[in-house]
Design a protein around this ligand. Structure first.
Ligand SMILES: [Fe+2]
Length: 390
Protein backbone atom coordinates (compact mmCIF):
# COMPACT_ATOMS: atom_id res chain seq x y z
CA UNK A 1 0.00 0.00 0.00
CA UNK A 2 1.21 3.51 -0.78
CA UNK A 3 2.09 5.50 2.33
CA UNK A 4 0.25 8.83 2.13
CA UNK A 5 2.77 10.44 4.49
CA UNK A 6 5.65 9.61 2.15
CA UNK A 7 4.09 9.43 -1.33
CA UNK A 8 1.69 11.58 -3.33
CA UNK A 9 -1.68 9.95 -3.71
CA UNK A 10 -4.72 10.66 -5.84
CA UNK A 11 -8.28 9.64 -5.06
CA UNK A 12 -11.06 10.37 -7.55
CA UNK A 13 -14.79 10.31 -6.91
CA UNK A 14 -16.89 12.31 -9.33
CA UNK A 15 -20.34 10.80 -8.96
CA UNK A 16 -23.20 12.17 -6.89
CA UNK A 17 -24.77 9.23 -5.06
CA UNK A 18 -28.45 8.98 -4.19
CA UNK A 19 -29.91 6.10 -2.23
CA UNK A 20 -33.24 5.08 -0.79
CA UNK A 21 -36.15 2.70 -1.15
CA UNK A 22 -38.22 4.12 -4.03
CA UNK A 23 -35.94 7.09 -4.67
CA UNK A 24 -35.99 6.47 -8.45
CA UNK A 25 -39.57 7.80 -8.46
CA UNK A 26 -37.95 11.21 -7.86
CA UNK A 27 -35.53 10.85 -10.77
CA UNK A 28 -37.10 13.65 -12.87
CA UNK A 29 -36.62 16.08 -9.96
CA UNK A 30 -32.91 15.24 -9.69
CA UNK A 31 -32.45 15.45 -13.47
CA UNK A 32 -34.11 18.86 -13.57
CA UNK A 33 -31.65 20.06 -10.90
CA UNK A 34 -29.11 19.86 -13.73
CA UNK A 35 -31.57 21.23 -16.33
CA UNK A 36 -31.70 17.81 -18.04
CA UNK A 37 -35.17 17.45 -19.54
CA UNK A 38 -34.54 15.40 -22.68
CA UNK A 39 -33.11 11.96 -22.01
CA UNK A 40 -31.90 8.90 -23.85
CA UNK A 41 -33.10 6.05 -21.64
CA UNK A 42 -31.29 2.71 -21.97
CA UNK A 43 -32.94 -0.19 -20.15
CA UNK A 44 -31.77 -3.78 -19.78
CA UNK A 45 -34.18 -6.18 -21.52
CA UNK A 46 -34.35 -8.70 -18.67
CA UNK A 47 -35.25 -5.98 -16.18
CA UNK A 48 -37.68 -4.36 -18.63
CA UNK A 49 -39.52 -7.67 -19.06
CA UNK A 50 -39.53 -8.85 -15.45
CA UNK A 51 -39.43 -5.81 -13.15
CA UNK A 52 -42.72 -3.84 -13.12
CA UNK A 53 -41.00 -1.08 -11.12
CA UNK A 54 -38.84 -0.22 -14.15
CA UNK A 55 -41.95 0.34 -16.27
CA UNK A 56 -43.32 2.58 -13.50
CA UNK A 57 -40.12 4.67 -13.56
CA UNK A 58 -40.19 4.90 -17.38
CA UNK A 59 -43.80 6.11 -17.13
CA UNK A 60 -42.87 8.75 -14.53
CA UNK A 61 -40.03 10.01 -16.77
CA UNK A 62 -42.31 10.12 -19.83
CA UNK A 63 -44.89 12.11 -17.86
CA UNK A 64 -42.60 14.56 -16.08
CA UNK A 65 -39.79 15.16 -18.58
CA UNK A 66 -39.89 16.95 -21.90
CA UNK A 67 -38.65 14.04 -23.98
CA UNK A 68 -37.66 10.37 -23.54
CA UNK A 69 -36.04 8.21 -26.25
CA UNK A 70 -36.27 4.64 -24.96
CA UNK A 71 -33.91 1.86 -26.00
CA UNK A 72 -34.19 -1.66 -24.60
CA UNK A 73 -30.83 -3.41 -24.62
CA UNK A 74 -31.04 -7.11 -25.42
CA UNK A 75 -27.34 -7.92 -25.51
CA UNK A 76 -25.92 -9.16 -22.19
CA UNK A 77 -22.24 -8.67 -23.18
CA UNK A 78 -22.23 -5.83 -25.76
CA UNK A 79 -19.80 -5.70 -28.66
CA UNK A 80 -18.46 -2.60 -30.44
CA UNK A 81 -20.72 -3.51 -33.39
CA UNK A 82 -23.72 -3.62 -31.05
CA UNK A 83 -22.81 -0.18 -29.73
CA UNK A 84 -22.76 1.17 -33.31
CA UNK A 85 -26.15 -0.38 -34.08
CA UNK A 86 -27.65 0.87 -30.80
CA UNK A 87 -26.77 4.50 -31.47
CA UNK A 88 -29.02 4.70 -34.57
CA UNK A 89 -32.17 5.47 -32.57
CA UNK A 90 -30.51 8.41 -30.79
CA UNK A 91 -28.93 10.12 -33.77
CA UNK A 92 -31.61 12.57 -34.82
CA UNK A 93 -32.90 13.62 -31.40
CA UNK A 94 -31.64 16.44 -29.20
CA UNK A 95 -30.75 15.06 -25.76
CA UNK A 96 -29.45 16.54 -22.51
CA UNK A 97 -28.20 13.30 -20.96
CA UNK A 98 -28.30 9.50 -21.06
CA UNK A 99 -29.90 7.44 -18.29
CA UNK A 100 -29.06 3.73 -17.94
CA UNK A 101 -31.11 1.24 -15.94
CA UNK A 102 -29.56 -2.22 -15.76
CA UNK A 103 -26.53 -4.27 -14.83
CA UNK A 104 -22.94 -3.36 -15.63
CA UNK A 105 -23.20 -4.15 -19.36
CA UNK A 106 -26.20 -1.90 -19.87
CA UNK A 107 -24.54 0.90 -17.87
CA UNK A 108 -21.39 0.50 -19.98
CA UNK A 109 -23.51 0.65 -23.14
CA UNK A 110 -25.10 3.85 -21.82
CA UNK A 111 -21.65 5.43 -21.38
CA UNK A 112 -20.71 4.32 -24.90
CA UNK A 113 -23.85 5.90 -26.36
CA UNK A 114 -23.21 9.13 -24.45
CA UNK A 115 -19.72 9.20 -26.00
CA UNK A 116 -20.90 8.52 -29.55
CA UNK A 117 -23.57 11.21 -29.31
CA UNK A 118 -20.84 13.87 -29.31
CA UNK A 119 -18.01 12.00 -31.08
CA UNK A 120 -18.49 11.00 -34.71
CA UNK A 121 -17.69 7.73 -36.43
CA UNK A 122 -17.48 4.08 -35.46
CA UNK A 123 -17.28 3.09 -31.80
CA UNK A 124 -14.09 1.09 -32.37
CA UNK A 125 -12.25 4.38 -33.07
CA UNK A 126 -12.56 5.21 -29.37
CA UNK A 127 -11.23 1.90 -28.05
CA UNK A 128 -8.34 2.48 -25.67
CA UNK A 129 -7.20 5.34 -23.46
CA UNK A 130 -7.74 9.03 -24.12
CA UNK A 131 -9.22 8.65 -27.62
CA UNK A 132 -12.42 10.53 -26.81
CA UNK A 133 -12.02 14.18 -27.83
CA UNK A 134 -15.41 15.77 -27.20
CA UNK A 135 -17.12 15.77 -23.82
CA UNK A 136 -19.78 13.01 -23.89
CA UNK A 137 -23.33 13.74 -22.75
CA UNK A 138 -23.72 13.32 -18.97
CA UNK A 139 -24.59 9.81 -17.78
CA UNK A 140 -27.00 8.87 -14.99
CA UNK A 141 -26.74 5.27 -13.78
CA UNK A 142 -29.35 3.22 -11.96
CA UNK A 143 -27.88 -0.23 -11.22
CA UNK A 144 -30.26 -3.18 -11.09
CA UNK A 145 -27.65 -5.59 -9.76
CA UNK A 146 -25.40 -4.97 -6.78
CA UNK A 147 -22.10 -5.80 -8.33
CA UNK A 148 -20.14 -4.11 -11.04
CA UNK A 149 -19.76 -0.61 -9.62
CA UNK A 150 -20.04 0.69 -13.20
CA UNK A 151 -22.27 3.48 -11.90
CA UNK A 152 -19.27 5.25 -10.30
CA UNK A 153 -16.48 4.38 -12.75
CA UNK A 154 -15.65 5.86 -16.17
CA UNK A 155 -14.94 2.46 -17.78
CA UNK A 156 -17.13 1.19 -20.60
CA UNK A 157 -16.08 -2.29 -21.72
CA UNK A 158 -17.10 -3.91 -25.02
CA UNK A 159 -16.11 -7.03 -26.90
CA UNK A 160 -13.96 -6.42 -29.96
CA UNK A 161 -15.12 -9.38 -32.07
CA UNK A 162 -12.25 -9.05 -34.58
CA UNK A 163 -9.57 -9.07 -31.86
CA UNK A 164 -11.56 -11.60 -29.75
CA UNK A 165 -11.02 -9.57 -26.58
CA UNK A 166 -12.73 -7.13 -24.26
CA UNK A 167 -11.46 -3.56 -24.43
CA UNK A 168 -12.67 -0.38 -22.81
CA UNK A 169 -13.49 3.06 -24.07
CA UNK A 170 -11.53 4.65 -21.26
CA UNK A 171 -11.92 8.35 -20.77
CA UNK A 172 -11.86 10.61 -17.76
CA UNK A 173 -14.98 12.25 -19.22
CA UNK A 174 -17.20 9.24 -18.65
CA UNK A 175 -17.73 9.22 -14.90
CA UNK A 176 -21.50 9.01 -14.37
CA UNK A 177 -22.72 12.28 -12.88
CA UNK A 178 -25.40 10.59 -10.80
CA UNK A 179 -25.71 7.06 -9.37
CA UNK A 180 -29.08 6.06 -7.96
CA UNK A 181 -29.23 3.14 -5.53
CA UNK A 182 -32.84 2.00 -5.28
CA UNK A 183 -33.41 -1.53 -3.87
CA UNK A 184 -36.78 -1.75 -5.68
CA UNK A 185 -34.87 -2.44 -8.91
CA UNK A 186 -33.55 -5.64 -7.37
CA UNK A 187 -37.03 -7.02 -6.73
CA UNK A 188 -36.99 -9.28 -9.78
CA UNK A 189 -33.29 -10.09 -9.67
CA UNK A 190 -32.86 -13.89 -9.75
CA UNK A 191 -30.91 -15.31 -6.78
CA UNK A 192 -28.15 -16.58 -9.09
CA UNK A 193 -27.54 -13.14 -10.60
CA UNK A 194 -27.79 -11.53 -7.16
CA UNK A 195 -25.13 -13.86 -5.77
CA UNK A 196 -22.69 -13.66 -8.67
CA UNK A 197 -22.95 -9.85 -8.88
CA UNK A 198 -22.38 -9.64 -5.12
CA UNK A 199 -19.27 -11.78 -5.35
CA UNK A 200 -18.04 -9.62 -8.25
CA UNK A 201 -18.25 -6.65 -5.87
CA UNK A 202 -16.52 -8.72 -3.19
CA UNK A 203 -13.73 -9.42 -5.70
CA UNK A 204 -13.43 -5.66 -6.37
CA UNK A 205 -13.19 -4.75 -2.72
CA UNK A 206 -10.73 -7.49 -1.71
CA UNK A 207 -8.42 -6.99 -4.68
CA UNK A 208 -8.47 -3.22 -4.25
CA UNK A 209 -7.69 -3.60 -0.53
CA UNK A 210 -4.55 -5.66 -1.13
CA UNK A 211 -3.47 -3.90 -4.37
CA UNK A 212 0.02 -2.41 -4.33
CA UNK A 213 -1.46 0.96 -5.40
CA UNK A 214 -4.05 1.00 -2.61
CA UNK A 215 -3.98 4.16 -0.54
CA UNK A 216 -5.07 5.36 2.87
CA UNK A 217 -8.24 6.73 1.26
CA UNK A 218 -9.05 3.88 -1.12
CA UNK A 219 -8.76 1.45 1.79
CA UNK A 220 -11.50 3.33 3.67
CA UNK A 221 -13.83 2.45 0.80
CA UNK A 222 -12.51 -1.12 0.53
CA UNK A 223 -12.98 -1.76 4.24
CA UNK A 224 -16.51 -0.41 4.45
CA UNK A 225 -17.51 -2.15 1.22
CA UNK A 226 -16.10 -5.43 2.52
CA UNK A 227 -18.05 -5.21 5.79
CA UNK A 228 -21.32 -4.38 3.99
CA UNK A 229 -20.82 -7.07 1.37
CA UNK A 230 -19.63 -9.83 3.70
CA UNK A 231 -22.43 -9.37 6.24
CA UNK A 232 -25.19 -8.94 3.69
CA UNK A 233 -24.05 -11.66 1.27
CA UNK A 234 -24.09 -14.06 4.23
CA UNK A 235 -27.67 -12.94 4.96
CA UNK A 236 -28.52 -13.42 1.28
CA UNK A 237 -27.07 -16.94 1.40
CA UNK A 238 -29.56 -17.68 4.18
CA UNK A 239 -32.43 -16.52 1.97
CA UNK A 240 -32.76 -12.96 3.30
CA UNK A 241 -33.66 -10.78 0.31
CA UNK A 242 -35.07 -7.94 2.38
CA UNK A 243 -34.84 -4.27 1.45
CA UNK A 244 -32.01 -3.51 3.95
CA UNK A 245 -29.94 -6.38 2.50
CA UNK A 246 -30.48 -5.09 -1.05
CA UNK A 247 -29.66 -1.49 -0.15
CA UNK A 248 -26.53 -2.48 1.78
CA UNK A 249 -25.34 -4.60 -1.16
CA UNK A 250 -25.97 -1.76 -3.62
CA UNK A 251 -24.01 0.76 -1.54
CA UNK A 252 -21.32 -1.83 -0.79
CA UNK A 253 -20.82 -2.52 -4.50
CA UNK A 254 -20.66 1.22 -5.26
CA UNK A 255 -17.97 1.73 -2.59
CA UNK A 256 -16.12 -1.33 -3.91
CA UNK A 257 -16.21 0.15 -7.43
CA UNK A 258 -14.81 3.45 -6.16
CA UNK A 259 -12.01 1.60 -4.34
CA UNK A 260 -11.21 -0.51 -7.40
CA UNK A 261 -10.91 2.37 -9.83
CA UNK A 262 -8.57 4.20 -7.45
CA UNK A 263 -6.42 1.30 -6.23
CA UNK A 264 -6.44 -1.03 -9.22
CA UNK A 265 -7.63 -4.54 -9.99
CA UNK A 266 -6.08 -7.90 -9.23
CA UNK A 267 -5.67 -11.44 -10.58
CA UNK A 268 -9.21 -12.77 -9.98
CA UNK A 269 -10.85 -9.84 -11.77
CA UNK A 270 -8.32 -10.06 -14.59
CA UNK A 271 -8.76 -13.80 -15.13
CA UNK A 272 -12.49 -13.22 -15.65
CA UNK A 273 -11.67 -11.66 -19.03
CA UNK A 274 -10.53 -14.77 -20.93
CA UNK A 275 -13.32 -16.75 -19.27
CA UNK A 276 -15.83 -14.19 -20.53
CA UNK A 277 -14.46 -13.86 -24.04
CA UNK A 278 -13.77 -17.54 -24.82
CA UNK A 279 -16.43 -19.28 -22.73
CA UNK A 280 -19.20 -16.64 -22.63
CA UNK A 281 -19.25 -16.50 -18.84
CA UNK A 282 -20.82 -13.34 -17.39
CA UNK A 283 -18.22 -11.16 -15.71
CA UNK A 284 -19.69 -11.48 -12.20
CA UNK A 285 -19.52 -15.26 -12.14
CA UNK A 286 -16.20 -15.37 -13.94
CA UNK A 287 -14.23 -13.30 -11.41
CA UNK A 288 -15.54 -14.84 -8.25
CA UNK A 289 -14.56 -18.39 -9.21
CA UNK A 290 -10.91 -17.36 -9.00
CA UNK A 291 -11.19 -15.31 -5.81
CA UNK A 292 -10.70 -17.98 -3.11
CA UNK A 293 -7.75 -19.45 -5.04
CA UNK A 294 -6.01 -16.08 -5.29
CA UNK A 295 -6.54 -15.29 -1.59
CA UNK A 296 -5.21 -18.72 -0.57
CA UNK A 297 -2.20 -18.22 -2.81
CA UNK A 298 -1.42 -14.89 -1.15
CA UNK A 299 -1.85 -16.26 2.39
CA UNK A 300 0.34 -19.26 1.53
CA UNK A 301 3.01 -16.74 0.49
CA UNK A 302 2.92 -15.00 3.87
CA UNK A 303 0.66 -12.09 3.01
CA UNK A 304 -1.41 -11.55 6.16
CA UNK A 305 -3.08 -8.14 5.77
CA UNK A 306 -6.42 -9.93 5.35
CA UNK A 307 -6.31 -10.11 9.17
CA UNK A 308 -7.51 -6.50 9.30
CA UNK A 309 -10.61 -7.40 7.31
CA UNK A 310 -11.16 -10.53 9.39
CA UNK A 311 -11.34 -8.34 12.51
CA UNK A 312 -14.13 -6.28 10.95
CA UNK A 313 -16.50 -9.23 10.81
CA UNK A 314 -15.23 -11.78 13.34
CA UNK A 315 -13.84 -11.98 16.85
CA UNK A 316 -10.22 -12.78 16.24
CA UNK A 317 -9.13 -12.29 19.84
CA UNK A 318 -5.95 -14.22 20.57
CA UNK A 319 -5.28 -15.17 16.94
CA UNK A 320 -2.12 -14.18 15.07
CA UNK A 321 -2.38 -12.26 11.74
CA UNK A 322 -1.43 -15.51 9.99
CA UNK A 323 -4.19 -17.49 11.73
CA UNK A 324 -6.74 -14.78 10.98
CA UNK A 325 -5.71 -14.67 7.31
CA UNK A 326 -6.07 -18.44 6.97
CA UNK A 327 -9.53 -18.26 8.56
CA UNK A 328 -10.37 -15.33 6.29
CA UNK A 329 -9.53 -17.34 3.15
CA UNK A 330 -11.75 -20.17 4.42
CA UNK A 331 -14.60 -17.71 5.17
CA UNK A 332 -14.55 -16.30 1.62
CA UNK A 333 -14.53 -19.80 0.13
CA UNK A 334 -17.41 -20.81 2.43
CA UNK A 335 -19.39 -17.71 1.40
CA UNK A 336 -18.92 -18.50 -2.30
CA UNK A 337 -20.09 -22.04 -1.61
CA UNK A 338 -23.13 -20.92 0.41
CA UNK A 339 -24.15 -18.62 -2.46
CA UNK A 340 -23.97 -21.48 -4.96
CA UNK A 341 -21.10 -19.93 -6.97
CA UNK A 342 -19.28 -22.65 -8.91
CA UNK A 343 -16.00 -23.47 -7.21
CA UNK A 344 -14.36 -25.08 -10.24
CA UNK A 345 -14.14 -24.36 -13.97
CA UNK A 346 -15.85 -27.54 -15.21
CA UNK A 347 -19.26 -25.96 -14.61
CA UNK A 348 -18.31 -23.24 -17.11
CA UNK A 349 -17.47 -25.68 -19.90
CA UNK A 350 -13.72 -25.35 -19.28
CA UNK A 351 -12.89 -29.02 -19.30
CA UNK A 352 -9.81 -29.93 -21.27
CA UNK A 353 -6.16 -29.06 -20.75
CA UNK A 354 -6.26 -26.90 -23.89
CA UNK A 355 -9.29 -25.00 -22.47
CA UNK A 356 -7.31 -24.25 -19.32
CA UNK A 357 -4.26 -23.21 -21.35
CA UNK A 358 -6.46 -20.85 -23.40
CA UNK A 359 -7.09 -18.91 -20.18
CA UNK A 360 -3.46 -19.04 -19.06
CA UNK A 361 -2.03 -18.05 -22.46
CA UNK A 362 -4.44 -15.15 -22.91
CA UNK A 363 -3.63 -13.70 -19.53
CA UNK A 364 -0.33 -12.12 -20.57
CA UNK A 365 -2.03 -8.90 -21.71
CA UNK A 366 -3.48 -8.49 -18.20
CA UNK A 367 -0.05 -8.13 -16.65
CA UNK A 368 -0.87 -4.73 -15.09
CA UNK A 369 -3.53 -6.34 -12.90
CA UNK A 370 -1.31 -9.28 -11.90
CA UNK A 371 1.45 -6.86 -10.96
CA UNK A 372 -0.93 -5.22 -8.48
CA UNK A 373 -1.11 -8.42 -6.42
CA UNK A 374 0.82 -8.05 -3.15
CA UNK A 375 2.84 -11.22 -3.78
CA UNK A 376 4.39 -12.34 -7.09
CA UNK A 377 1.78 -13.50 -9.59
CA UNK A 378 3.54 -14.44 -12.82
CA UNK A 379 2.81 -17.08 -15.47
CA UNK A 380 3.62 -19.99 -13.12
CA UNK A 381 1.26 -18.66 -10.46
CA UNK A 382 -1.51 -18.02 -13.02
CA UNK A 383 -1.17 -21.57 -14.27
CA UNK A 384 -1.19 -22.98 -10.75
CA UNK A 385 -4.40 -21.13 -9.75
CA UNK A 386 -6.19 -21.90 -13.05
CA UNK A 387 -5.25 -25.60 -12.98
CA UNK A 388 -6.25 -25.86 -9.29
CA UNK A 389 -9.82 -25.14 -10.44
CA UNK A 390 -10.02 -27.89 -13.08
FE1 LIG B 1 -15.70 -7.06 -11.78
Amino acid sequence: MKDHLKENIRFVMKTEMLSGDGIARELPKYLKNYAWNRIGLVVDKGVYDHCPYVKEIIGICQKELEHVTLFVNEMPEPTYDHLDQSKAGFQDVALDCFVGIGGGSTLDLTKGLATLKTNEGAAINYRGFGKVKNMPLPVVALPTTAGTGSEVTPYAVFIDTAAKWKFGINTEYNYPRLAVYDPQFLSSCPMKVFASAGMDAMTHTLESFVARNATFISRMFSRQAFKLLFENLNKLAQGDMSTPVKLNLLIGSGCAGAALMNAGAGPAGALSYPLGVYFDIPHGLAGSVFLPGVIKHNVAHEYYEYAELYDLVSDGHGLSPKEKSIKFADAIEALSHALGIPTDLKGFGVKTESDLMLIVDNSAQLKAAFDQNPVKFGQDEIKAVVFSLR
